[in-house]
Design a protein around this ligand. Structure first.
Ligand SMILES: Nc1ncnc2c1ncn2[C@@H]1O[C@H](COP(=O)(O)OP(=O)(O)OP(=O)(O)O)[C@@H](O)[C@H]1O
Ligand SMILES: O=P(O)(O)OC[C@H]1O[C@](O)(CO)[C@@H](O)[C@@H]1O
Ligand SMILES: [Mg+2]
Length: 482
């Protein structure tokens, strides 16, 4: 892997603190490129659409809520077709690659990239790179046509295969150069987008007329800036089946406890939204919100109380509440211990003590089931917009961008915004408060922590993170009495 240095940001300043954080363009380093009329202007579907071409000065504001006296702030370039394109259809050789973990909707994005390139712009030469980044230099490509991808959106997974690790920038760009590829569409999460950024930098360094477009993918919804990531809705919906099963099991037994573990390595969005959607959840635990087990105000005391009150309860946990193991996956991500098994054992041990009630605990682990399914209707529409936005941007010569919705409007976002930080549940925000009031669970946080950092939105998170590191190397689960 190379280092993420990168070209300088392209900032355009305007009145009242307006800033356009623009994405790179091929002409930034190849100033003499020719333009051509956009073939869409002759497309019967679009030629009747008023103002179909996007005005070059249209931008999307990063923060929707603005104070009346505040500065206008950061804006991103609005997605969409431009009057002029920088490729003639016959010249385009596009490739598509999927990297990282699975996510509902991968096949839909692949399908819509292929169909968008062909139907909108007449591009015929499109290949798939098999098996993630390493497929660039270790595998043959496969030809993709609208016919060959016609039904793939009805299947889970990715027809191209995926992998972790294997990002060797120079070998990947050699392959792009040798094959004459000039549009590279890269679908993947935070790690993938870091890799895409390095590929863009190397292509630029070599002076190649080839664009790099990232399409953000993550089941965990941990990519910042964008409203949410595709497949997330589908995963939350699928998680309902597991939570419902946990509820049925718990309700049918004496002192029944249904425990469900959901994905979410660093961010508890799936657990939070699945719990909020379900309403039968009594307690939701996520990596961002620390908790402790034993003693007054601890989780075990809460479980006892809920069982006494209701006779059963449902607990949803995000996998990321667990400690990490001394191991990393091929991409360098830390491998987690099984939070569900750990939690189930701790609860069982607690109630096995003398004078405690007999419990009936059922642990359900649907982690991979919620991501290995096809995307639902709304994610399919979302994937289509992502793919078409990426194609329009590529044809217009933009490069080094990730596409995504910001405040409901799709735009082109510089890679560094996506890769520099992670989207996490902010436990001092209203959404987590809504969750707490829906489950009616305690916050499991000592009042001291609250008052110390009262008004600063993110500082509780930081303080907690720091506390974990300094005092509790076991990770997110705090020791008795904290
Ligand atoms: N810092 C980095 N620089 C270059 N390539 C990277 C970097 N981090 C990850 N990659 C590459 O990106 C690909 C996917 O990374 P990773 O396995 O972390 O998944 P991801 O894209 O973050 O998706 P998800 O976490 O949602 O499964 C891998 O091939 C990996 O080698
Ligand atoms: O696919 P793997 O390597 O088992 O990784 C699983 C991880 O991938 C994700 O689905 C996405 O990052 C996480 O939620 C999960 O921890
Ligand atoms: Mg990741």
């Amino acid at each position: 892997m190379g280092s993420l240095g990168g070209t300088l940001p392209k900032l355009v300043h305007g009145d009242c603190g307006y800033v356009l954080d623009d994405v790179p363009h091929l002409t930034d380093y190849l100033p003499d490129l020719h333009t051509h009329s956009n073939p869409l202007q002759n497309n019967p579907s679009y030629s009747v659409t008023k103002q179909y071409f996007v005005d070059d000065d249209d931008t999307v504001v990063q923060k929707a809520v603005q104070h009346k006296d505040g500065e206008r702030g950061i804006h991103f370039r609005r997605q969409g077709p431009r009057q002029k394109v920088y490729f003639v259809p016959d010249e385009v050789k596009a490739c598509i690659v999927t990297c990282g973990g699975l996510c509902p909707g991968l096949n839909t994005v692949i399908r819509e990239l292929v169909c968008g390139l062909d139907y909108m712009y007449g591009v015929k030469h499109i290949v798939g790179i098999e098996g993630g980044y390493k497929g660039f230099y270790a595998r043959n490509t496969i030809n993709l046509t609208p016919k060959s991808v016609n039904h793939i959106h009805k299947r889970g997974g990715t027809i191209l295969g995926t992998s972790r690790g294997g990002h060797i920038t120079s070998k990947i760009v050699d392959s792009i150069q040798d094959r004459g590829i000039n549009q590279v569409y890269i679908i993947g999460g935070d790690g993938t987008q870091k890799g895409a950024s390095l590929i863009y930098e190397e292509i630029r360094r070599r002076g190649l007329k080839a664009i790099v477009a990232g399409i953000p993918k993550t089941i965990d919804n941990d990519i910042p800036i964008i409203d949410k990531s595709f497949g997330f809705d589908t995963a939350v919906e699928e998680a309902q089946r597991a939570i419902n099963a946990a509820h049925v099991e718990a309700e049918s037994a004496e002192n029944g406890i249904g425990l469900v573990k959901l994905m979410g390595r660093h961010s508890g969005f799936i657990a939070m939204y699945a719990s909020l959607a379900n309403r039968d959840v009594d307690c939701c635990l996520i990596p961002e919100s620390p908790f402790y087990l034993e003693g007054q105000g601890g989780l075990l005391e809460f479980i006892e109380k809920r069982l006494k009150d209701n006779g059963h309860m449902v607990i949803v946990i995000a996998e990321g509440i667990a400690d990490t193991m001394d191991a990393i996956d091929p991409s360098g991500n830390k491998v987690l211990k099984d939070a569900g098994l750990w939690m189930a054992q701790r609860i069982k041990d607690h109630f096995a003590q003398p004078n405690k009630m007999n419990i009936n605990l059922k642990y359900i682990d649907p982690t991979y089931m919620i991501r290995a399914i096809p995307s639902n209707a709304s994610d399919n529409v979302y994937c289509t917009l992502l793919a078409q936005s990426a194609v329009h941007g590529a044809m217009a010569g933009f490069t080094g961008f990730t596409v995504g919705p910001v405040n409901g409007r799709f735009c082109y976002i510089p890679f560094r915004h996506i890769t520099e930080k992670r989207n996490r549940v902010v436990i001092t925000d209203r959404m987590w408060a809504r969750l707490l009031s829906s489950t009616n669970q305690p916050s499991f946080m000592r009042p001291k922590v609250n008052t110390e950092v009262d008004q600063e939105e993110h500082s509780i998170d930081l303080l907690i993170e720091k506390t974990h590191m300094d005092e509790h190397p076991v990770g997110k689960i705090m020791a008795n009495g904290y």
